[in-house]
Design a protein around this ligand. Structure first.
Ligand code: TMP
Length: 207
């Protein structure tokens, strides 16, 4: 495929949104065609699934239901948006992708990693990110950052510190298995972090 597929990952409160905004701003300034999407969501069907997933009223959701809803949203966005945009040569920036499922539903919820890998590849039609930026942050700092924001916690954010610690550990384990990961220290300033992101992305887009 012609485009470039970049994903951002990390625990809730790690600072992904700021980095994604900085990268999008730069791509726009330099006239590099890109699209920005998020998971779960990014399509009208996916946004409806997102509402179900994040609704705190759904506290009784079985973890398998949760897994399949994330995969359902993914199956839709991959075929409706990601593959066509990559085929047209664009940079696709995705705020979370299937590594979130490994970290949250696998390492934190405890569902089987091999089964999740199978479902991830199935819903993603075998496509793989070219670059994955993992913003690594300890769960306490992430929690404090989230509570400095005005928006209310969603169902996943309300899971607590131990859950986020497992998510973080899951991401770090996964990152060692695949060279597409770039692990960034999210305690650094947004500008420092962004310098690394820009360097990596520009090395590829300028080729
Ligand atoms: P967001 O707040 O970063 O938009 O993500 C929504 C929440 O969904 C976040 O807490 C992470 C979680 N999530 C999973 O548990 N599994 C997944 O596969 C994805 C994509 C997100």
């Amino acid at each position: 495929m012609k485009g470039l597929f970049i994903t951002f990952e990390g625990i809730d409160g790690c600072g992904k949104t700021t980095q994604i905004e900085m990268l999008s701003g730069d791509l726009q300034k330099e006239g590099i065609p890109f699209v920005l999407i998020r998971e779960p969501g990014g399509t009208s069907i996916g946004e409806k699934i997102r509402t179900i997933l994040l609704d705190k009223a759904n506290s009784g959701m079985d973890e398998r239901t949760e897994l399949l809803l994330y995969e359902a949203a993914r199956a839709q966005i991959v075929r409706e948006k990601i593959i066509p945009e990559l085929q047209s040569g664009k940079v696709v920036i995705c705020d979370r992708f299937y590594d979130s499922t490994i970290a949250y539903q696998g390492y934190a919820r405890g569902l089987d990693l091999k089964e999740i890998d199978f479902l991830n590849n199935w819903s993603a039609a075998g496509i793989k990110p070219d670059i994955t930026f993992l913003l690594d942050l300890d769960e306490e700092t992430a929690y404090r950052r989230r509570h400095g924001r005005s928006d209310e916690e969603d169902r996943l954010e309300a899971e607590g510190l131990l859950f986020m610690k497992k998510v973080r550990g899951g991401y770090l384990s996964r990152s060692k298995e695949d060279a597409r990961f770039q692990v960034l220290d999210a305690l650094k300033t947004p500008e420092e972090i962004y310098q690394q992101i820009r360097k990596t992305v520009w090395e590829v887009v300028q080729k």
